[in-house]
Design a binder for this molecule. Structure first.
Ligand code: 6R9
Length: 561
C-alpha cells in the first residue's frame, strides 16, 4: 500500500472493479476470477495450492485447479444441482475440499462450509436452516449427518470412499472420485449477477440458533483489494493462512483474497503443534503468515527455544485476526520473529477486513489499526451520535462496503437489527478511537462489566494478566454482586512450568491493580487447565459465565473439544 493517508483520500472502490474481467465482459463468477483468469494467463503453471498433511504432500497449478473445478462443476450439473441451491461441505481440509468449493461456485450454487469437528446437532441446524440439497462429506463424518430427517437434502457425495451406502427414496449417494473420472474438463461456467448469493457462513450468537450470513459474488472487490494491501501479497510470496474454511477467515483470506491476487497458497491439514507449524514455515519458505491470537499465545507459551530450532527467516509479513492481539504478544513477536504482528479487525458479517495495521503504517501495539481506504468506521453512542475521541462506544461501519452481508438466511428481522441507526452497521463490539485515528478494541458489547459504577472492558484486564510471565491466557467476566452490581472474575490458564498457588493468585490480583486500576483488579481468580474456545480461537466468556453461575450455556456448536 502506498502512504496510508494518501491512499485513504484518493481511494475509490469503482477503480478496483477495473481489475476484474467482468468489468469488460459483464460475466461474473468468483471462481473464474480467482482461478480461471490466472489459468488463462502467464500464471497458468504457477503453483496455486500447496497442500500437505500427515499423509499427503501435493501441488496444484492454477491450470490444475481450473480443470478439476470444471470437472466438479460438471459433476454437480449432472446430478441436477442448480444455480442458487445450497451445497454444503463437511470434511477435513484436503485438496478435494478446495476443488469442490470452486466447482460449486462455478455452478452458480451457494457454498456452505462447515467445521469438520461439528457434531450432529450443529450439522442438523445448518443443513435444516439453509434447506441444503447437496452435501459433500466423508465416510467418517457421515454418521453425524442426520440425512434421513432432512427433507431438502437429497444427495450426498462421499470423498475417498469406494463402497457407498444404499440409495433410498430420499437420498442418493455418489462417489467423488468415480463422478470426477466421468466428468468433462470443459465447463460452461454459470455466469451470475454480482449480487447473487455466493457463500453462507453460519455464526453463533450468545442466544438462539446460529445465523446464516450470506455474501454475494460482489465481495470479491473487497477480498481482492484488502488481500493486496493488508496481506501485502506479492508475486513471489508463499502465503499461509492457518484458518479452516469453516471460519470466514479460512474462505475470505484462505481462498478468495490470495487467489484473486494470483498468489501461491499453502494449506496445512491436521492439528496445531508448535513444532509442526514452524517446520511448515521452514519447509515451504512461507513469506506471509496469517493466524490468530490464540495460536500466537500458544506459540509464546511453549518458550522461545522452540522457535530457535527452526529457520523462520523466509517470513516477511505476519498478521493476526479473530480476537484482541495483546500488546504483549506483539512485543514477543518482534523479539522472536523480528517482525511486527499486524492485527486487523473484521467479522463474518463484514465479509472482509474493515480496520487494519498496514505495513507502510506506524503501528501502536494493542491497537487494531485504521479503517481500510473506502471504508468509514465510527464510535457511536446508543442514539447514533459520534462519541469524542478516546471514549468507548459502539463500533459501527458506514453501510455499503463491497463485502457487506446481503442477508441473514430466512431471517430478515435479524438482518435489520444490524442496522439500528440509519446507514450504519452495528458490529456488537465496543471500541474507541484515539487522537491519531487508531481504533482500540474494548470487548463485545454484551461482555462489558459494570462494577461499582465503573465500566470495565474485559479485554483490558485480560491483556494486563497476559503480561504476567505466569499467564498463558486469561478470560474475564462480570459476576453479579449485590453490593457492587458486578465483580470482576478472571479465569486464567498458566504457562508451562507454573503451578497454581494461593500466592500466585494474590500476585496476579495485585499485578492488575498496580498496572491498571484498583477497580479493574479481579476479586476472584480461578486457575484452569484450559479456557473454552471457539474453533476459530475465541475465548467464550459467555460459557465461562454460564458455568460459573450454573446457567444454561446456549449454543455450543462452535466450541472446541
Ligand atoms: C474475522 C472474524 C468476529 C468477532 C468480532 C470481534 C472479534 C475479530 C478482532 C476481534 C479484537 C481483533 N475480533 N478480530 N477482536 N481484535 N483484531 O473473526 O470473524 O468469527 O465473525 O468474529 O471477533 O469481537 O466481532 P468472526
Amino acid at each position: 500500500m502506498p502512504d496510508y493517508d494518501q491512499a485513504y483520500q484518493e481511494f475509490n472502490w469503482k477503480d478496483v472493479e477495473k481489475n476484474f474481467s467482468w468489468y469488460e465482459t459483464g460475466k461474473v463468477n468468483m471462481a473464474y476470477e480467482a482461478i480461471d483468469r490466472h489459468a488463462e494467463s502467464w500464471r497458468k503453471n504457477k503453483v496455486a495450492l500447496y497442500y500437505s498433511d500427515q499423509n499427503r504432500d501435493e501441488k496444484y497449478t492454477f491450470r490444475d485447479l481450473k480443470l478439476r473445478s470444471n470437472q466438479f462443476g460438471n459433476v454437480l450439473r449432472t446430478i441436477g444441482v442448480e444455480k442458487g441451491d445450497r451445497v454444503f461441505l463437511f470434511m477435513p481440509r484436503s485438496p478435494e475440499l478446495y476443488i469442490s468449493l470452486l466447482g460449486i461456485l462455478k455452478n452458480g450454487s451457494i457454498v456452505g462450509p462447515l467445521f469438520e469437528a461439528f457434531m450432529e446437532q450443529a450439522v442438523r441446524d445448518r443443513l435444516e436452516n439453509s434447506d441444503a440439497t447437496t452435501l459433500i462429506t466423508t465416510k467418517d463424518l457421515l454418521p453425524r449427518v442426520p440425512y434421513k430427517e432432512l427433507a431438502h437434502l437429497n444427495q450426498i457425495i462421499l470423498v475417498g470412499e469406494d463402497e457407498l451406502p444404499d440409495n433410498t427414496e430420499d437420498i442418493k449417494f455418489y462417489n467423488y472420485e468415480t463422478e470426477m473420472k466421468k466428468a468433462s474438463r470443459d465447463l460452461e461456467i454459470e455466469w451470475v449477477d454480482r449480487e447473487d448469493g455466493m457463500i453462507l457462513h453460519y455464526t453463533s450468537g450468545s442466544t438462539g440458533k446460529p445465523k446464516g450470513i450470506l455474501h454475494a459474488h460482489n465481495a470479491m472487490i473487497q477480498h481482492y483489494q484488502t488481500a493486496k494491501w493488508v496481506l501485502d501479497l506479492q508475486e513471489e510470496d508463499i502465503y499461509w493462512c492457518t484458518a479452516d474454511p469453516g471460519w470466514v477467515t479460512g474462505t475470505s483470506y484462505g481462498i478468495f483474497g490470495p487467489w484473486l491476487n494470483g498468489a501461491s497458497n499453502l494449506i496445512r491439514g491436521g492439528r496445531f503443534s508448535p513444532e509442526d507449524w514452524y517446520l511448515t514455515i521452514e519447509k515451504y519458505g512461507v513469506t506471509v503468515w496469517l493466524s490468530a491470537p490464540t495460536a500466537f499465545r500458544r506459540l509464546m507459551s511453549v518458550g522461545d527455544n522452540v522457535s530457535e530450532e527452526y529457520d523462520l527467516s523466509s517470513l516477511r509479513h505476519i498478521l493476526s485476526v479473530g480476537e484482541p492481539l495483546n500488546a504483549e504478544v506483539v512485543h514477543w513477536g518482534m523479539k522472536v520473529y523480528k517482525l511486527r504482528i499486524h492485527d486487523h479487525w473484521w467479522m463474518t458479517e463484514t465479509g472482509g477486513i474493515i480496520i487494519a495495521n498496514y505495513r507502510s503504517m506506524e503501528m501502536k501495539p494493542g491497537s487494531m489499526g485504521k479503517p481500510f481506504p473506502g471504508i468509514e468506521a465510527a464510535i457511536l453512542d446508543d442514539a447514533g451520535n459520534e462519541l469524542p475521541q478516546g471514549q468507548m462506544g459502539k463500533l459501527c461501519v458506514k453501510a455499503g462496503w463491497p463485502s457487506m452481508l446481503r442477508a441473514v438466511w430466512k431471517n430478515e428481522e435479524r438482518f435489520n437489527q444490524y442496522f439500528p441507526v440509519d446507514g450504519w452497521f452495528e458490529s456488537g463490539d465496543l471500541a474507541s478511537m484515539d487522537e491519531d485515528g487508531y481504533f482500540w478494541f474494548g470487548g463485545r458489547d454484551d461482555d462489558v462489566i459494570q462494577t461499582s459504577g465503573e465500566r470495565v472492558g474485559p479485554f483490558e484486564v485480560e491483556s494486563k494478566l497476559v503480561e504476567h510471565p505466569a499467564v498463558a491466557e486469561a478470560a474475564v467476566i462480570g459476576k453479579p454482586d449485590p453490593v457492587r452490581g458486578e465483580i470482576i472474575k478472571a479465569f486464567v490458564a498458566l504457562r508451562d512450568g507454573y503451578t497454581k498457588t494461593d500466592e500466585l493468585q494474590e500476585e496476579l490480583r495485585l499485578y492488575v491493580k498496580q498496572g491498571l486500576a484498583a477497580h479493574a483488579a479481579p476479586r476472584e481468580i480461578e486457575i484452569r487447565d484450559f479456557l473454552p474456545k471457539t474453533r476459530s480461537g475465541k475465548i467464550m466468556r459467555r460459557v465461562l459465565k454460564a458455568w460459573d453461575l450454573g446457567l444454561p450455556t446456549g449454543d455450543l456448536s462452535t466450541m472446541e473439544e
